[in-house]
Design a binder for this molecule. Structure first.
Ligand code: SAM
Length: 259
């Protein structure tokens, strides 16, 4: 198909066949998998996936691509959802879904946060993203890359940085390096928050001004007595706290709210 890549949809199409094959190997599709691909584009990953799957769901926003796909792929092999992924209800697909995609980089964080809402029905997710985003996702505390994205994702997901992918693997080539990541939701959370909205609020407040101490950023939420009870130094910064410590803070605040 003749198609001019649309910048507004973050269209950078994979063209390196050996890299595509290594991504498919990492995904390891099984015929019966209930799989959904976000942004199939011109089919760089779709076609090799379809060779191994009985059926594939795709979610694509670009109507030109949708029209072409409708004529190209047999309907019994593929269900095409012409939708903005940020509005798509993954709950309609069923339980135990696997999600893959070379994501549009301009909306990758909103996509990740949206998928966090549905992790109970997800087996795993494999995504191509900007390398810098994947580094933030998997970062450990006390690193420059560690931030709100790391904590919120690591709360629910086990993540593995799989491979770095150079700009030349795409057409048009993006300005940045990319990386492929595997995300697997925990069957049971290692550090469950009793009030997840409060947990999210604490993490957002703490990283709101990441150069400031926790004493400043959590003012109004956690007082000196709270820091002492939790045995957390109020002079630390958000980037020094583990996911477990953020959960401990929010669970302490939830218990204080109840008493
Ligand atoms: N999978 C193809 C590949 O690897 O060559 C295309 C990847 S390209 C980086 C991103 C794809 O996501 C494009 O097909 C684009 O049209 C689609 N896309 C962009 N924004 C989207 C959105 N909000 N919802 C669904 N698809 C979107």
């Amino acid at each position: 198909m003749k198609h001019i890549a649309k910048k507004k949809f973050g269209q950078n199409f994979l063209i390196d066949q050996s890299i595509i094959q290594s991504l498919i190997n990492a995904i390891h599709p099984q015929a019966e998998d209930l799989m959904v691909e976000i942004g199939p584009g011109l089919g760089a990953m779709t076609q090799p996936l379809l060779k191994q799957l009985n059926h594939l769901h795709v979610v694509e926003i670009d109507r030109d691509i949708i029209q072409w796909m409708q004529g190209f792929y047999p309907a019994q092999k593929m269900t095409i959802h012409n939708s903005d992924v940020l509005k798509f209800d993954f709950g309609t697909l069923g339980e135990r879904i696997r999600i893959v995609g070379n994501l549009p980089y301009n909306i990758s964080s909103p996509i990740l946060f949206k998928l966090l809402e549905n992790t109970s029905q997800i087996i795993d997710m494999h995504f191509m993203l900007q390398k810098e985003v994947v580094e933030r996702m998997v970062a450990a505390p006390s690193n420059a890359e560690y931030g709100r994205l790391s904590v919120m994702l690591q709360y629910r997901l086990q993540m593995e940085y799989l491979v770095t992918v150079p700009p030349e693997a795409f057409d048009p080539a993006p300005k940045v390096e990319s990386a492929f990541v595997r995300c697997v939701p925990y069957a049971s959370l290692p550090f469950p928050a009793t009030d997840e909205a409060l947990f999210a609020k604490v993490v957002t407040a703490a990283f709101g001004q990441r150069r400031k101490t926790l004493r400043n950023t959590l003012k109004g939420l956690l007082d000196d007595a709270g820091f002492s009870a939790l045995n957390i130094d109020s002079q630390l910064r958000a980037e020094n706290l583990s996911v477990a410590e953020f959960v401990a803070i929010s669970n302490y605040l939830a218990s204080q709210n109840q008493s």
